[in-house]
Design a protein around this ligand. Structure first.
Ligand code: DP6
Length: 350
């Protein structure tokens, strides 16, 4: 029996819980997975501060199992179907889960059409709500375990969501570089091993292309199964873990920039050499990348980028390192490549 098998519940009554969960941005990317949401390689991310999902979950135990969902006040039956499927899938870990009706009201603090992944914060918030209910029903009030199990459950909804449960730098996927790391849940990267420079960072997300992506992450992960470069990529992610460990400890910003940008470009290279091939970057994405490289060459200031599975560019720069000059450049030179001057200004949460 796994440590996550459900406890026997002793008291079931109407409950309403609310939880909030931030989004995260990966530095070493998760791209490729096996059965049951097992990642093909370890990943590490920064948890954001302002981009969050706030979720209220009402549980009515006397009713037949059903899920009703509202996103910013609007009913979303498609999302409800997805959550119903998810709840059925995790019944083994929460034996009471199908014994009632759910009304889930959720809202994102970032614009809905922004293309910022809401699945990480969304499933993170739902998993945290479920653990709050579980605590009430089982009388188990072990905060550390509840977070660990929330991460385990969030992973089964969306892989990257398991990292959103914790603040700061978070690792998911077993690597010998991080003690306690696991394929089943995320763990916090040890703060003591992180130089000051990496503890206070900006992430400004340029909204290059708002709206639906042409290929979903789930389909993209699947295409790694037949990608001839996949094994090499998974191996490289492991190698990059040992590199990033030294970088984080030594405060080596130059090597950090090189590694993080390489990871982002590798992710998109994998998409381009998939069969069928796909490209999620847009003209604006490339224009911004080139301008960032020119800017770095001219000024030597630490502005760099990462990408998730979409066209938007995450602009990363440390706090207190000529921040004003960097922000001025972003506004003057990069904002023009967004749709509707869209930028979400966030910071890393530690
Ligand atoms: C490119 O977690 O969205 O953002 O597990 O299928 O829900 P599913 O995929 P998802 O994939 C995220 C991929 C990524 C990289 C990352 O966050 O590590």
């Amino acid at each position: 029996m796994s440590e996550f098998s459900g406890n026997k519940s002793f008291k079931i009554s109407n409950q309403k819980v609310t939880e909030s969960c931030p989004s995260n941005i990966a530095l070493i990317k998760y791209w490729g997975k096996y059965e049951n949401q097992i990642p093909a390689n370890p990943s590490i991310s920064y948890t954001l501060d302002m981009c969050k999902t706030n979720t209220q979950m009402e549980f009515l135990p006397d009713e037949k199992f059903s899920v009703q969902t509202f996103l910013s006040g609007k009913e979303e039956p498609k999302f409800a179907e997805k959550i119903e499927k998810y709840f059925k899938n995790i019944q083994e870990y929460l034996p009471w889960i199908l014994n009632g009706k759910y009304i889930i009201k959720t809202e994102n603090t970032f614009p809905h059409s922004s293309g910022i992944a809401s699945s990480a914060s969304g499933f993170g918030a739902i998993a945290k709500c479920l653990m709050r209910l579980d605590d009430t029903f089982t009388g188990c009030n072990n905060e550390d375990f509840a977070l660990k199990k929330a991460s385990f459950l969030a992973r089964l909804g969306s892989g990257s969501a398991c990292r959103s449960i914790y603040d700061g730098l978070v690792v998911w996927g077993e690597t010998e570089e991080v003690t306690g790391s696991s394929d089943f849940f995320a763990v916090k990267y040890p703060n003591d091993d992180v130089d000051e420079i990496f503890r206070s960072f900006n992430d400004w997300v340029l909204l290059i292309h708002e709206g639906e992506k042409s290929v979903s992450s789930t389909v993209g992960h699947g295409l790694m199964n037949t990608n001839p470069y996949a094994e090499r990529r998974f191996q490289e992610a492991h190698e990059n873990f040992s590199k990033i460990k030294t970088i984080l400890r030594n405060g080596d910003l130059k090597s950090f920039i090189k590694l993080v940008e390489h990871e982002a470009l590798t992710l998109h290279a994998m998409m381009m050499i998939s069969d069928p091939a796909f490209i999620l970057m847009k003209t604006g994405t490339l224009a911004v990348i080139n301008k960032i490289w020119d800017f770095r060459k001219e000024t030597d200031l630490p502005l760099f980028f990462t990408l998730d599975a979409g066209a938007n560019v995450h602009l990363l720069f440390p706090a207190n390192e000529n921040e004003d000059l960097i922000q001025e450049f972003i506004i003057k030179e990069l904002l023009q490549h967004t749709q509707n001057n869209g930028v979400v200004k966030d910071v890393m949460k530690f």
